[in-house]
Write a protein that binds this ligand. Sequence first.
Ligand code: SAM
Length: 175
Amino acid sequence: MYFFLLFFLFIFLGISIIAAILMLSLLVGLVQTRGVPFISTAAKDFDKILSVMQLKAGDKLYDLGCGKAHFLIYAASKCDICGVGYELSFWPYLWARFNVWISGAKVKIYLKNFLTADLSDADMVFCYLFPEAMVKLEDKFQQELKIGAMVVSNSFPLPQLKPAKTLDKILVYRF
Ligand SMILES: C[S@@+](CC[C@H](N)C(=O)[O-])C[C@H]1O[C@@H](n2cnc3c(N)ncnc32)[C@H](O)[C@@H]1O
């Protein structure tokens, strides 16, 4: 009897500790990313985004805040590009690494703040972030991106620059 009680107590404690760690790490992720939540671009929009990107084989595509890396993996499978994803939150990063491993896609994922990443060899940058992050990125894009590089943003505009093209909520910038 006591054995069963102890057994269930241990199970209950174990589950509670795991749940607490998960909640805490999600909270830490949200603080680190200054509130940019972990919401994925809808899969139904992937082809629309690729149609404005016009990627060529061998192009380098960066996803800044790549989440689970679903878009990068899809793009790599359709267009034979090299994908690079930066993700600051631990669980989405781990999930992205797992997804890339399962898919075998030509995609690299880094647990890193994209504001400290070097974007100088990017042909294409994709982002789905928040207005505050777009303010910081605008300067970075202007300083680092090579001539001819493009930025495609889901939903959120760069504050100063005028998009070269807009398709529904997809904004396209040329540098
Ligand atoms: C709205 S989700 C978009 C995910 C993915 N790009 C997509 O479109 O499906 C934004 C992601 O950016 C990450 N993020 C926010 N700020 C970041 C930063 N400074 N460096 C790296 N990742 C960041 C968040 O953790 C979150 O997973």
